[in-house]
Design a protein around this ligand. Structure first.
Ligand code: GSH
Length: 228
């Protein structure tokens, strides 16, 4: 996957944190070969962390990406789609007129709509469920819902060959690989999404991303690459 001259001249600032929704974006920029300055803010940990990103993203969330033009972009799927289109030579998405484009957009939007949005509910349960005694049920049910959404995707996606959209690794593979390490984590994902399992393991083991994973989202016993 060659990096073009224009890609290596482009410089981005990525607000995120290791393991956050900034991770697939950072992985994509690594494959693209663009320069990335990172600002690590673990928004899910505290109000004071969220305050740190408020001037960049009034939603007080990461990821947020400052583009070479100076414009700020938020929304992980939109950023990944935009980067894929901006650097076609990286081959990380089907072109707008490609037969796989509809499938690509469908699943790129499904992930934040059906799954990622539930993380906000879980990150600080008191925001929606003030009664502490009710929070455990909400956490359990939202984890079940996420697992079910992975299962529904798994049953509808074509048999991966070898990636989710066929021969080429795409933004969709990067997105699923990172999100499948979040709650309810890989052990559960492997059970509910057996067709996508070899894909995420393949992306975990991609030699072009080995240094990146080690530095920005090291594998652990809870969501590691080797876990069954
Ligand atoms: N729709 C956003 C969701 C971003 C999001 O939920 N980010 C998490 C971190 S991975 C966050 O900042 N959470 C802070 C909070 O719970 O308010 C996207 O797709 O980028």
């Amino acid at each position: 996957m060659p990096s073009s001259a224009s890609a290596s001249a482009d410089r981005y600032t990525l607000y995120g944190a290791p393991g956050s929704g900034a991770t697939p974006i950072h992985a994509a920029l690594t494959l693209i070969g663009a320069q990335v300055d990172t600002v690590d803010i673990a928004t899910w940990e505290s109000e004071s962390e969220r305050d740190r990103v408020a001037s960049i993203n009034p939603m007080r969330q990461v990821p947020a990406l400052v583009l070479p033009s100076g414009e700020v972009m938020t929304e992980s799927a939109a950023i990944l789609i935009w980067l894929g289109d901006r650097y076609p030579e990286a081959g990380l998405c089907p072109a707008p007129d490609h037969p796989l484009r509809a499938r690509y957009l469908r699943w790129m939007v499904y992930l934040p709509a059906a799954i990622y949005s539930l993380l906000w509910v879980r990150d600080d349960p008191a925001r929606l469920v003030p009664d502490p005694s009710a929070q455990a049920a909400m956490l359990e049910r939202s984890a079940e819902r996420i697992a079910h959404c992975w299962h529904l995707m798994d049953t509808q996606i074509d048999e991966p060959a070898p990636y989710l959209l066929g021969e080429k690794l795409s933004m969709l593979d990067l997105y699923v690989t990172v999100m499948s390490r979040w709650t309810p984590q890989r052990r559960r994902f492997y059970r509910v999404a057996p067709r996508m399992t070899p894909v995420v393991r393949r992306v975990d083991a991609d030699p072009r991303l080995a240094d990146f994973w080690a530095a920005r989202f090291p594998f652990t016993a809870d969501h590691g690459a080797q876990q069954n």
